[in-house]
Ligand binder design. Structure first.
Ligand code: FES
Length: 123
């Protein structure tokens, strides 16, 4: 009887460096570009209350970049992510809209990892 051959499918992840964690100050953001489904896409990473989060830079209201007319993703007191176009505010941890033209969908979160002091986009 022939031996059973089992197939193992491995998921190989790639890690693309975005920025050194120490270069991203509390309440600040850094934009970066990557390819998603063959299209150039802009994302941003933030440092909020000591943790890092990343999102696609596209407001779920009308698909505009959040920072179209300014530098940075946070509102003035750095408590929320802010979209210039219609003043939507988003929870920095979850991307959920908490003020403005809600209900709209949340920001699209991107998977990241921090290793050896570098923040990576995980794909
Ligand atoms: S486009 Fe962002 S709130 Fe309308």
């Amino acid at each position: 009887m022939p031996a059973m051959i089992s197939e193992t499918f491995l998921s190989i992840q790639t890690f693309a460096p975005i920025i050194k964690a120490g270069e991203l100050a509390e309440g600040h953001s850094k934009t970066f570009s990557f390819t998603k489904d063959g299209a150039k896409t802009e994302g941003f990473v933030i440092r909020f209350q000591g943790e890092f989060f990343a999102y696609i830079n596209r407001c779920p209201h009308t698909a505009q970049p959040l920072d179209e007319d300014r530098d940075g993703m946070f509102n003035a007191d750095h408590s929320h992510l802010y979209c210039d176009e219609h003043a939507a505010l988003f929870n920095p941890r979850t991307g959920v809209c908490v003020s403005g033209p809600c209900p709209i969908g949340p920001l699209t979160k991107l998977p990241i990892a921090v290793q050896d002091g570098i923040i990576y986009l995980v794909a």
